[in-house]
Design a binder for this molecule. Structure first.
Ligand code: PDD
Length: 287
């Protein structure tokens, strides 16, 4: 079956989908994005992702290319056209196409919108969650606004590739004070030996939508969540650790820098939180 992409008002064959060479996303990474999971043909945490998209656009002073109602229709059309039951939608908005100049273009230049959708094998994803992943710590060399979901991801891709080269699956960024900020494309969590579930407080991290969903789901499970900095040493000495994102949900971390976390197996609290989050996200998903 041929894949379809959405590019500035048109549904086009994925293989032929393209943007102009002077799109500011291409030349300046002047744009933002969202990744939203699809389960059983429905979008998970859609409102959270669209709210964060609005915020990212506002922070960068990019006008939305279409109203939210249209965005929601296009996303659903993409799921249908690509016949995705389980997978992800990728949505990117840039400041549009204009002759290369660092200054913003005139206000009549429309922002660009592209979307892709692809299937992800839920069995493979679940197997990964059952096995757990390995993490490599890397210095957090990102700019001062990681709260904006910008397409400017060079430090993230470099750190993640270094992790892969070391046989790991994700990188955890460490700030100048030795505290974990977040993962290359995920939020970071630990469970201490006295069962405190800790994730970095908002500010110097992306406000993960899955992170927020897990915090909500944890309330229903009577599992208190503490939002505060934790160090790399805290993480290595933790009983459990995990990552969260729209693609990983909650996925256990079983080693950091080659050192076993807990008994080196996915932790019980992590698995409870993953199940509670999934149940909540699926129950909340709208048609
Ligand atoms: N990444 N932190 C970073 C740096 C991220 O890039 C992401 C998401 C998250 C988790 O956010 P959320 O729970 O809203 O997905 C945290 C997406 C999945 C990506 O870049 O592919």
């Amino acid at each position: 079956m041929s894949r379809i992409a959405y590019v500035n008002g048109q549904y086009v064959p994925h293989a032929e989908a393209s943007v102009h060479v002077e799109d500011r996303g291409y030349q300046f990474a002047d744009g933002v994005y969202e990744v939203c999971a699809i389960a059983d043909g429905r979008l998970l945490d859609e409102t959270g992702h669209l709210d964060r998209l609005d915020r990212s656009l506002r922070e960068l002073r990019i006008d939305p290319p279409v109203p939210r109602t249209a965005l929601r229709i296009i996303m659903r059309q993409m799921i249908r056209l690509n016949r995705v039951r389980h997978g992800i939608i990728y949505l990117q908005i840039t400041r549009g196409v204009a002759p290369r100049d660092h200054f913003f273009p005139d206000s009549d230049v429309p922002s660009s919108l592209v979307m892709t959708a692809r299937a992800v094998d839920p069995v493979r994803a679940a197997a990964r969650a059952e096995k757990g992943i390995a993490v490599l710590s890397r210095p957090d060399i990102r700019w001062g606004r990681p709260d904006i979901k910008s397409v400017s991801l060079l430090p993230n891709i470099l750190a993640k590739q270094e992790a892969r080269d070391a046989g790991c699956d994700e990188a955890w960024f460490i700030d100048a004070n030795g505290f974990v900020t977040e993962g290359g494309s995920t939020n970071a969590w630990i469970v201490t030996t006295d069962n405190q579930v800790i994730t970095r407080d908002l500010g110097r991290i992306l406000a993960g939508i899955t992170r927020a969903g897990i915090i909500r789901a944890a309330k229903g499970e009577n599992i208190p969540i503490i939002e505060r900095p934790f160090s790399l040493d805290d993480a290595i000495g933790a009983k459990e650790a995990f990552i969260s994102s729209a693609t990983a949900f909650a996925t256990p971390v079983i080693s950091i820098d080659g050192q076993k976390i807990g008994n080196g197996k996915p932790g019980q609290i992590t698995q409870r939180l993953r199940a509670a989050y999934m149940q909540q996200a699926i129950a909340d998903a709208k048609d």
